[in-house]
Design a protein around this ligand. Structure first.
Ligand code: ZN
Length: 313
């Protein structure tokens, strides 16, 4: 095969030789970890009104010393500082290196399957937003609209660009979804959870479990599923809601028992966090990530064995 360097980089690493694939995978992991380090800043600063995610540079939250670049290297700095600030020795949350490691792994995975292509860029940037939403919602019970609804123009733009250009010859597993499928996906995603919100609020107000002006859940989740739909298309939504609900019950129960859920009011007047509930956003994000990693383009087919089992197939 006679390929230019550009075409060659578009090839998935899994079909390259190991001598080439391994250094590129390591590079992809490290670059992803650097992005993960930036996401940690976004997760910390975005929910706080008026804080820029770019400036100023990171400081130790305890002693406010500016963190020098050599103490800010993803994962490695945490290891050689043994998880403590160099200046005041306050321990650094394990979450920071965990996010960096994980985001690096996600990029390496997509490069393995899709090379350095537009598809990798799309799936990776989508995953980054999922990670941010998951942790911000977990911390604060809020999903910033800029992250949830902000997905929609990008999801549609990615579909448009890839359909216009010959940049994506790798339509693996019937993926990526078409423009129309995504447009329908964002509308259906919103309506699905918005109707759940309206119905559950009505029922809980009728039964007196909610005050007259309170909502059963926030508007953040319908907006978030709207954004997700614009990337995955409508086919994948039932799977994502299914994965989110099952894991939300199992993992959420465990989080609730371990007291890791923040039950403080959010400052939002028409909605207070339930003392016996967990935020749904992290599980929607988890389900969406699982659907693009493990079941890309499979949509409703995933349910075929289940339907057969129930005699519906
Ligand atoms: Zn410090």
């Amino acid at each position: 095969m006679d390929l230019s360097v550009f075409q060659w980089l578009l090839l998935p690493l899994r079909i390259q030789t190991w001598a080439l694939a391994i250094p590129l995978l390591v590079w992809a992991w490290f670059f992803g970890a650097v992005v993960g380090s930036f996401l940690n800043v976004v997760i910390h600063r975005l929910p706080q009104e008026g804080l820029s995610v770019v400036r100023p540079r990171s400081r130790c939250p305890q002693c406010s010393t500016m963190i020098p670049w050599y103490d800010n290297i993803p994962c490695f700095s945490y290891l050689w500082l043994r998880g403590r600030c160099r200046f005041c020795e306050t321990s650094i949350s394990l979450r920071y290196p965990a996010v960096e490691f994980f985001v690096g792994l996600v990029l390496a995975y997509f490069v393995w399957h899709f090379g350095f292509s537009l598809q990798t860029l799309e799936l990776f940037s989508f995953s980054c937003v999922l990670v941010c939403v998951a942790l911000i919602d977990f911390d604060t019970w809020l999903i910033p609209n800029v992250l949830s609804l902000g997905l929609v123009p990008f999801g549609l733009a990615f579909a448009w660009v890839s359909e216009q250009s010959a940049l994506i010859p790798l339509s693996l597993f019937g993926f990526p979804p078409l423009f129309e499928e995504r447009l329908v996906g964002s509308v259906v995603g919103f309506l699905l959870l918005a109707s759940l919100l309206v119905v559950s609020t009505y029922i809980m107000r009728q039964s007196g479990r909610l005050e007259k002006d309170e909502l059963a859940m926030g508007w953040g989740d319908p907006f978030f599923l709207c954004g997700i739909g614009s990337f995955v298309g409508w086919h994948a939504l039932p799977l994502i809601v299914f994965l989110a609900s099952v894991q939300g019950v199992v993992i959420g129960y465990w989080f609730l028992k371990s007291g890791k859920i923040n039950q403080e009011p959010t400052g939002n007047d028409d909605w207070t966090p339930p003392t016996t509930g967990v935020p749904f956003g992290p599980f929607l994000a988890l389900g969406a990530l699982e659907s693009i990693v493990f079941f890309p383009g499979e949509g409703l087919h995933v349910f075929a064995p289940l339907m057969e089992l129930l005699g519906l197939g």
